[in-house]
Design a protein around this ligand. Structure first.
Ligand SMILES: [Zn+2]
Ligand SMILES: [Zn+2]
Length: 281
């Protein structure tokens, strides 16, 4: 079967290593197509996105890489773009004509209108706690609700192909530190988001990045959500959110088994500008 990964970062954003190392490792591990997807420059100060001047540098590096590797592996030009209502999103016109082959739409942070801060659910647990206390007065339900509402807002605005780590809000929830995914209110919020996703022409990624970075004990989205994705006929692709070339196919075999166990017979890959399905074998 064709193995692929469309979610990887590198040294110009918050990953490590050169683009060549991701391509070389992908070839070694038997992948047929990879996409690179650094974080698009953000509208607030941070230490994880491409700095604004580096976007052009990335686009020029990947053009060169595609050319040099064209006989060895297919390389696609992507970008992981944050949705911050009123400030930026994957549908922004500026992403339309810079040579991207696909876009990942992701929500990493929640904006606090009182302090003006954007606090990430993807960062250290202390930042999640700060977000909870400072922006939501210690109430987890409105925080989770807001997270999924932002994803629904992004789905409505469109402009992307892959919905990135769609339940990232659970990243720092190991041991049910903040909430229990089995509770009805949590399931309702997550399912409302999945229903919105099912009505759009997008693919959801099974993202193993929480596991490779030892933050979560499961993939995004959680297994119970994968079962709902199947009922809702949402196409899935598999990606590692690699921040290190060694993680280019992290937990792929296990994830394919997990998908089979959830009842999936097929998975999608993107090649030569289009999505195609293939049986999971
Ligand atoms: Zn991300
Ligand atoms: Zn990422």
């Amino acid at each position: 079967m064709i193995l692929s990964n469309y979610h990887s970062h590198f040294k110009l954003d918050d990953g490590c290593g050169e683009l060549e190392e991701y391509a070389d490792r992908a070839i070694e591990r038997g992948l047929s197509v990879i996409g690179i997807s650094p974080h698009a420059p953000l509208c607030y100060r941070n230490d994880w996105s491409l700095p604004e001047p580096a976007l052009g540098e990335y686009l020029s590096l990947i053009r060169d890489l595609k050319d040099r590797y064209k006989d060895k592996i297919e390389i696609c030009t992507g970008l992981e773009i944050d949705y911050i209502p009123g400030s930026m999103g994957p549908a922004d016109k500026k992403y339309a004509d810079i040579g991207l082959e696909y876009r990942i739409g992701s929500v990493h942070s929640i904006h606090d209108p009182d302090t003006g801060e954007d606090l990430s659910v993807d960062g250290p647990v202390e930042i999640m706690e700060q977000l909870l206390e400072q922006t939501f007065g210690g109430s987890i339900k409105p925080l989770v609700k807001k997270y999924f509402e932002l994803e629904i807002g992004m789905l409505e605005a469109g402009g992307f192909d892959i919905l990135g780590h769609c339940d990232l809000v659970k990243k720092r929830n190991v041991g049910n530190r903040f909430f229990d995914q089995n509770e009805d209110w949590y399931r309702r919020e997550a399912l409302t988001m999945l229903e919105a996703a099912a009505s759009k022409d997008i693919v959801i990624e099974v993202n193993t990045g929480g596991l490779s970075r030892k933050a979560t004990t499961e993939v995004y989205p959680s297994e119970w959500m994968l079962e709902r994705c199947l009922e809702l006929k949402i196409p899935l692709t598999l990606s590692s959110d690699a921040h290190n070339p060694d993680h280019i196919d992290y937990y792929f075999e296990e994830s394919l088994e997990l998908l089979k166990a959830a009842g999936y017979g097929e998975i999608y890959f993107f090649s030569k500008g289009k999505w195609q399905s293939q049986p999971i074998i």
